[in-house]
Design a protein around this ligand. Structure first.
Ligand code: C2E
Ligand code: CA
Ligand code: CA
Ligand code: CA
Length: 278
């Protein structure tokens, strides 16, 4: 029994080592990736339900590693978050986002709004507001063109400081959206605490809207709740015409999803907006 226990321990420790090793490897690749300019912002169109027109985009990070290829944000954001690398990375996203807004203004696309995801650590830190102030002032960007998305679970890690941050953002006229609504296992009481502009219904509720009566009821009730609190609603992950029609019928204002477009590189997004066929 003793030797078996020992064998188990060795097995356990060697798998631990492998996982730790891979993690460290990813971390060191990630820390070089900024310098090596391996990141890119893809843009997913956000569409007005009533007109079908593109009113803006959500910026979604892409990491092109020279050997590993494209690495999904679901794989590297958690590592960046834990290691703290999310702070320089998040700053890069905001600076790049500001460049895009300037570029669009110069191209006569100044009506477009850009939504940017914030991580939990960015929300807890102290450098976000000064950076935003600087980016908006230096580039003459109207704050209302920028929308920041924060997940329910990130906001709830420290509700008090999140509430102050969201207040500060809105004082500046920056829009605030709560992301992945309904997935965070938190009570609805934070809707009272946080001042928000928008609620984004998570894809997991939209997915089975046509087949699962529970999901249909949850989505309808969520839209009604948001509206009664004065919030606009964006539905995520809209893939079918039936989903679009359902959401539109419930008064959902905007939508994102493969039905309209996948996240695409900048040039392709601009072609879509200006009506060039690709
Ligand atoms: P998210 O913020 O919920 O973004 C929506 C995700 O759903 C994106 O995945 C998008 O490509 C995907 N999606 C959009 N429409 C559809 C659809 O119709 N069907 C399906 N199946 N999927 C759809 P992506 O780009 O892989 O990003 C994953 C997550 O990574 C994001 O989820 C967000 O939490 C995080 N992320 C991405 N970029 C950033 C960033 O710049 N900063 C931070 N902190 N997180 C980011
Ligand atoms: Ca988002
Ligand atoms: Ca989301
Ligand atoms: Ca998500």
């Amino acid at each position: 029994a003793k030797s078996q226990g020992r064998g188990n321990f060795q097995f356990f420790s060697s798998t631990m080592n492998r996982a730790t090793h891979e993690r460290l490897l990813m971390e060191s690749r990630l820390s070089q990736a900024l310098e090596k300019q391996e990141f890119e912002l893809y843009l997913q169109p956000q569409v007005a339900m009533s007109t079908g027109r593109i009113i803006g985009a959500e910026a979604l990070l892409r990491w092109h590693h020279p050997e590993l290829g494209m690495i999904s944000p679901d794989r590297f954001i958690p590592i960046a978050e834990e290691s703290g690398l999310i702070l320089p990375l998040g700053d890069w996203v905001l600076r790049r986002g500001a460049q895009l807004l300037v570029r669009w203004r110069e191209q006569g696309l100044g009506h477009l709004r850009l939504a940017i995801n914030l991580s939990a650590r960015q929300c807890r830190g102290t450098s976000l507001l000064p950076l935003l102030d600087k980016l908006l002032a230096d580039n003459g960007i109207a704050p209302s063109q920028l929308e920041l998305e924060i997940t329910e679970s990130a906001a709830m890690q420290d509700p008090e400081s999140s509430s102050i941050l969201l207040h500060e953002l809105r004082v500046r006229g920056i829009k605030v959206a709560i992301d992945d609504f309904g997935t965070g296992y938190s009570s609805l009481s934070y809707l009272k605490l946080f001042k928000l502009d928008r609620l984004k219904i998570d894809r997991s509720f939209v997915k089975d809207i046509e087949t699962d009566p529970n999901d249909a009821v949850i989505v309808s009730a969520t839209i009604a709740l948001a509206h009664s609190l004065g919030l606009e609603v964006t539905a995520e992950g809209v893939e079918t015409e039936a989903q679009r029609a359902f959401l539109c019928g419930k008064g959902c204002e905007t939508a994102q999803g493969y039905l309209f477009a996948k996240p695409v590189p900048l040039a392709q997004f601009e072609d879509m907006v200006t009506g060039v066929t690709v």
